[in-house]
Design a protein around this ligand. Structure first.
Ligand code: GLN
Length: 200
């Protein structure tokens, strides 16, 4: 590739877990932002990544597929070795250390108790302008059967909440959002993840 456009070499790679859910939208946005997206389906795909996005979808399905493919342990090791992780919606559920609901496979990367479908099953989706720590202007959150963190432990910084329900938070190398920035034209959360969490 050397010489073809000069960019191919230094480009940073960001993974998107591509087992189920809306990973394609994240892939498109990462391309727009000039990083190289990698669809992650097996542990080897994590090699050389600066970070990984765990997308929205169905958290029990994604969790079971991660367990059977070896990715549950592989993403944990990736994270504990300093790799950055961003969980959106189902990905936020999977990032939590505990859930108020029935047991399901979790990555457990963040010291937090998650309430799945926290805004009520009947409220399938809604939009809300959110004040987000570090953002100058509100961010329109698209919530679809969204979770929230009911309680967070030490090391978790709350970035946004709705009436005391945590809908965005971060740790040193992890970000979670209960809503779907990939379904809007606002790239600020993707930029935030790349810059502030992945450090690229
Ligand atoms: N509530 C869903 C779950 O439990 C997540 C919904 C979403 O990712 N949009 O998996």
């Amino acid at each position: 590739m050397a010489g073809s456009n000069g960019k191919a070499n230094g480009k940073k790679k960001i993974g998107v877990l591509a087992l189920q859910g809306d990973f394609r939208e994240h892939v498109q946005i990462l391309k727009k932002l000039g990083v190289e997206p990698v669809e992650v389906r097996k542990p080897e795909d994590l090699e050389g990544l600066a970070g990984i996005i765990v997308p929205g979808g169905e958290s029990t399905t994604i969790g079971r597929m991660m367990a059977s493919s070896g990715l549950l342990d592989a993403i944990r090791s990736f994270f504990y070795q300093g790799g950055a992780v961003w969980g959106t919606c189902a990905g936020m559920i999977l990032a939590a250390s505990a859930t108020t609901g029935p047991p399901q496979p979790l990555l457990g990367l963040m010291n937090a108790l998650v309430e799945r479908n926290g805004f009520g099953r009947q409220v399938f989706s809604f939009e809300r302008d959110l004040d987000v720590q570090g953002f100058e202007k509100p961010f329109t959150g698209v919530f679809i059967r969204a979770p929230f963190f009911e309680d967070v432990g030490p090391g978790v910084e709350v970035l946004s909440e709705i009436d005391g329900r945590v809908v965005a938070a971060r740790g040193e190398n992890i970000l979670v959002t209960a809503f779907h920035p990939e379904l809007t034209d606002d790239l600020r959360f993707h930029e935030y993840f790349l810059k502030e969490v992945c450090g690229i």
